[in-house]
Design a protein around this ligand. Structure first.
Ligand code: BMA
Length: 293
């Protein structure tokens, strides 16, 4: 495992009122030979909006949009749109995020690949599939499984599963994984980015919170044809707050991921650090899979 030595890759920009204080949890996709980030930003008004940046290698950012690319648009989002995750289905990226109003709940929208490449922020309709339910950390699998779309979401404190025929209406259907008493993930858990398909299952990175509210990242493998079944769950976390930028900030001792990308034999994971800046870390896939044997 190696953190990028140039971390943090993204910091707040004082002169941009919407992202002057914190930039953190970020969707991460690989498209058109570049890595694209849609990151949560907070500024003067403490409302979360999404910013956009991109990079050839995921580490050195050379494009950054000066304005928010996604903002609250209705009372259900009055305090912000947080923690985006993106999954390619057909030629559209489906984005799940946390809509924060009187409660926080899952929001879903989408954007075409072409619009991302042209930096034309033409998002589709926004939907809120679990009305009046406190719910967040939703990730969608990149293909149908057994004829249905599949989502993992979080009814505190567990990772749960939901299914859909059309990506619009979702039926919650049970718990997939619970916190483990006495461990680093004892208090609550939630998916990081969308699951990644490997030969023998789905690799899911997730965050676990302990009694001291420290956020770490761990990994689990879900059954390829029945993703509600956990085949393996690594004992130890793969990333925990250690560097100063992960320990000190808006919320101390947090690494929180909303996406990763497989580049050759490496998994590049992006993460919000201390809810203040964004870092990346690279893991050999072999190194991760060894955690399950
Ligand atoms: C969670 C979310 C994340 C945040 C984390 C740590 O509940 O709000 O956006 O990174 O707490 O503060």
């Amino acid at each position: 495992m190696a953190r990028f030595e140039g971390n943090p890759i993204l910091k707040p920009i004082k002169d941009h009122p919407w992202e002057s204080k914190y930039v953190f949890n970020t969707a991460m996709i690989s498209l058109g030979g570049r890595i694209h980030y849609f990151y949560r930003a907070m500024g003067e008004d403490n409302v979360s909006r999404l910013g956009y940046a991109s990079s050839e290698d995921g580490c050195h950012i050379d494009v950054r949009h000066p304005y928010p690319v996604f903002e609250p648009s209705c009372p259900l989002e009055k305090y912000g749109c947080e923690d985006p995750r993106m999954t390619l289905i057909g030629d559209r990226y489906i984005m799940t995020y946390t809509a924060y109003g009187d409660i926080f709940q899952v929001g879903i929208t989408s954007i075409s690949s072409e619009d991302i490449l042209e930096m034309n922020w033409a998002w589709g309709e926004r939907r809120f599939p679990f009305p009046n339910t406190w719910n967040k950390n939703a990730v969608i699998f990149p293909r149908m499984i057994d004829g249905r779309y599949v989502m993992l979401h979080r009814h505190e404190p567990d990772i749960c599963i939901a299914h859909s025929d059309n990506l619009c209406n979702w039926n919650h259907s049970g718990v997939v994984m619970r916190p483990r008493p006495g461990r680093w993930d004892c208090s609550k858990i939630g998916s990081a980015g969308p699951p990644i398909e490997l030969e023998d299952g789905w690799l899911l990175v997730y965050h676990g919170v302990d009694e001291d509210r420290t956020y770490r990242l761990g990994v689990t493998i879900l059954d390829k044809n029945d993703p509600g079944r956990v085949l393996g769950r690594a004992d130890k976390p793969i990333l925990e707050p250690w560097e100063e930028y992960e320990r000190v900030g808006q919320v101390p001792n947090v690494v929180f991921s909303c996406g990763s990308v497989l580049l050759g034999g490496n998994l590049l994971i992006s993460y919000g650090a201390a809810d203040t800046v964004i870092g990346v870390a690279s893991f050999g896939l072999g190194e991760i899979l060894d955690l399950f044997v």
